[in-house]
Design a protein around this ligand. Structure first.
Ligand code: S3P
Length: 169
């Protein structure tokens, strides 16, 4: 079984991914971490030195490579992964796509603390961050909504709920 976790930056993909993988005894990967390991650079370095287009190509290639090599996995994607190329169709074809539809206020509180690791956010002033999140989320919603499973109330979900919801997709 392959499970792809998608959602906005700060939606909890890595947090949930690690726990679900542990519970379901599936190999876990964080797509950003695999990109960092393969390219030998941090995400901010890749954006600054090679540009976003290069990052998106690497993201697509490494997504495909991980799927090819792993018939079972839980993959925490980057926030933009489903929104470029045919990545969303690709993931749906090869597994179950789960969207963590975390509330904007929760995203805001998390991202205010973690802005600097994210090249798309680092130059946005704290007071403008909420507007940015709302606008970007609206742009990306059409991709996120294609997920097979939507988790709307992340805070009300237990690990068992999560696993049962995914297994019944
Ligand atoms: C991005 C999200 C990041 C990372 C990159 C771009 C995005 O991943 O892939 O900074 O376009 O939303 P997280 O969602 O894990 O922060």
């Amino acid at each position: 079984m392959r499970i792809f976790l998608i959602g906005f930056m700060g939606s909890g993909k890595t947090h949930w991914g690690k726990q679900v993988a542990h519970r379901m005894q599936l190999p876990f990967f964080d797509l950003d971490e695999v990109i960092i390991a393969e390219l030998g650079k941090t995400i901010p370095e890749i954006f600054a030195e090679n540009g976003e287009e290069y990052f998106r190509m690497a993201e697509k290639d490494i997504l495909e490579e991980l799927v090819e090599k792993n018939s079972s996995l839980i993959l925490s994607c980057g926030g933009g992964t489903p929104c470029f190329f045919n990545n969303i169709e690709f993931m749906k074809k090869y597994g179950i796509v789960v969207w963590l539809n975390t509330h904007v206020e929760v995203l805001l509180q998390r991202l205010l603390k973690e802005k600097m690791q994210r090249p798309l956010l680092k130059d946005i002033r704290d007071e403008d961050l909420k507007n940015y999140i709302v606008r970007k989320l609206n742009e990306r919603r059409m991709y996120y909504e294609q997920a097979d499973v939507v988790i709307d109330k992340e805070d009300a979900f237990t690990m068992n709920d999560f696993i049962q919801t995914v297994l019944h997709a």
